[in-house]
Ligand binder design. Structure first.
Ligand code: 5GP
Length: 124
């Protein structure tokens, strides 16, 4: 079984985008929304999501326009600046599909920083 490809409109980030659930907004532009993770794993833990309905990194790369993809990466960089970690450094994580441990089926990148965030992953 791979990553789901059908977008589920009831996923939690779709609900945040519709304003049905509050979020602590960090940045918003035409194509992108960024907000703090509800269960932060580091002093800075912000999620960046496209406003379009993309299930995963794979789906986003396959189907999003160049404008959406460009805006997304610029938003990630803007979040790093707004959170004050662009000089100290940060980690971007895009959990994708089953083996990637993706829980919410709306593409998102985690921006983690504010301290050394440790080894990249376990070897096993
Ligand atoms: P994933 O495992 O899919 O890469 O990460 C999903 C992330 O979404 C988790 O870090 C989790 O804490 C976060 N999350 C889940 N529900 C909510 C919510 O309602 N609000 C916010 N701000 N973050 C959430």
């Amino acid at each position: 079984m791979g990553a789901p490809t059908m977008y589920d409109d009831s996923n939690i980030f779709a609900r945040i985008l519709r304003g049905e659930i509050p979020c602590k907004k960090v940045h918003e532009d035409e194509h992108t929304l960024a907000f703090d993770d509800i269960a932060p794993r580091a002093p800075v833990h912000t999620l960046v999501i496209p406003k379009g309905k993309y299930v995963s990194a794979t789906d986003f790369a396959d189907k999003a326009s160049d404008a959406e993809i460009g805006a997304f990466m610029r938003a990630v960089r803007k979040v790093a600046a707004l959170k004050g970690v662009d000089a100290s450094g940060y980690r971007l994580i895009a959990n994708t599909g089953v083996d990637g441990g993706q829980e919410v089926p709306h593409f998102h990148v985690h921006v983690l920083g504010g301290r050394s965030v440790g080894p990249m992953t376990s070897a096993k």
